[in-house]
Design a protein around this ligand. Sequence first.
Ligand SMILES: *[C@@H]1O[C@H](CO)[C@@H](O)[C@H](O)[C@H]1NC(C)=O
Ligand SMILES: *[C@@H]1O[C@H](CO)[C@@H](O)[C@H](O)[C@H]1NC(C)=O
Ligand SMILES: *[C@@H]1O[C@H](CO)[C@@H](O)[C@H](O)[C@H]1NC(C)=O
Ligand SMILES: *[C@@H]1O[C@H](CO)[C@@H](O)[C@H](O)[C@H]1NC(C)=O
Ligand SMILES: *[C@@H]1O[C@H](CO)[C@@H](O)[C@H](O)[C@H]1NC(C)=O
Length: 356
Amino acid sequence: MRFHSLLAVLAVILLCFFIKNGRGICENRNLTKACKKKSFVQLILTKNLTAFNDNRKGICRWLKELKHQSRLCKKRKGLAEIINATRDLTLNSCTHHFEYEQWPCLRLKRLFKKVYRETAFVYSLTTSAFMWLVARACAAGMLEDCACAATSGKHSTAHAHVNVTAGGWRWGGCGDNTKFARRMTYKFFQLKKRGDKTQNILKYSSEVGVKAVIRSEQKVCKCHGLSGSCTYRICFKRLQPFSVITEDLKSRYHSAERISSDNDLWRPPSQKEWREEEEVAADTLRYLDTGPNWCQFTAGRRCKDADNCATLCCGRGIRLKQTTTKEPCKCRWRNDTAYQVVCEQCDKEETVYHCQ
Ligand SMILES: *[C@@H]1O[C@H](CO)[C@@H](O)[C@H](O)[C@H]1NC(C)=O
Ligand SMILES: *[C@@H]1O[C@H](CO)[C@@H](O)[C@H](O)[C@H]1NC(C)=O
Ligand SMILES: *[C@@H]1O[C@H](CO)[C@@H](O)[C@H](O)[C@H]1NC(C)=O
Ligand SMILES: *[C@@H]1O[C@H](CO)[C@@H](O)[C@H](O)[C@H]1NC(C)=O
Ligand SMILES: *[C@@H]1O[C@H](CO)[C@@H](O)[C@H](O)[C@H]1NC(C)=O
């Protein structure tokens, strides 16, 4: 009996040894230091930042167990604020967009034991939040050594006098710097290095996030000219609001595929510089382990409507409650003061659904 448990412990030690730098995803965290090593995503979603976040030095210090990221944090002005904001943006959009899902983006700590569907999702979401914030920060001049996206290629300033009536335009203005943000994200999340199976799948998940940001890029044009005329049009690339990216990734969370090996899942990115025109293939989130059944945690949860309750309550039935709330109604312009709207308060009957 004792011999068997000794064998088991040995096996776990060996396992930990093989998944060293195991990004904290490890069977028994007590055994080796490597097993305890957390990834940036794990740290940012589970470690309390409150005591550190009053200044940028504090935030870099908070990252100190991650040598690579903490060094980058100290080196580049503006990055600490982005790291802080990455945490808020990831957590806020995750809880907001998963409010009516079986997994409400809670119990994050248990996600890092294995590679569940949820694990793959939070990796992609955190990575895209970081990249989105970097691209925006460049355009806003809030990150050292980067600026607005360079105006490039065939539509450059040489064609300043394009015929607007014929739909002409040129690049200009200040676009979100997606190109720089992508490079920065690859560096920060160390996406170019191949690791073991677990690491590769997580890196792949991060890449799904990077691509979601690239897909959200849009051409935005502004007219310029004397007294509101559209003499010339200047266009730049702008990332769509982060909620668009979250929704994109959320649908990939729902269609995620379980796999057993990382064969060909992750290849080192090609050496050639990424081009803006490059097609961004749709991709699927992948995970390794079947996660907890979130149904056991949905009792008492509020659902949106009958359809939503059907999935959220896992067939246990619904409790309906009629409530009355006040809401503004019969709104109209007031005669005496200009541009002021007055409303009355009306009762609104509402049915509230909860899971049994
Ligand atoms: C890890 O160590 C703590 C105390 O040091 C112990 O309570 C816990 O059971 C251990 N966990 C495992 C999985 O061995
Ligand atoms: C984080 O730490 C602060 C003080 O250091 C504490 O007041 C707060 O409750 C902690 N938050 C969580 C979620 O543990
Ligand atoms: C980090 O974010 C929090 C809000 O979540 C904010 O109160 C704090 O000032 C930020 N810290 C820095 C250094 O930007
Ligand atoms: C601009 O394009 C319109 C429509 O194609 C055409 O009628 C007009 O002559 C063009 N103007 C110039 C200055 O080329
Ligand atoms: C507001 O204007 C309408 C018609 O213009 C008039 O019938 C009404 O009595 C006015 N109400 C007040 C409060 O002056």
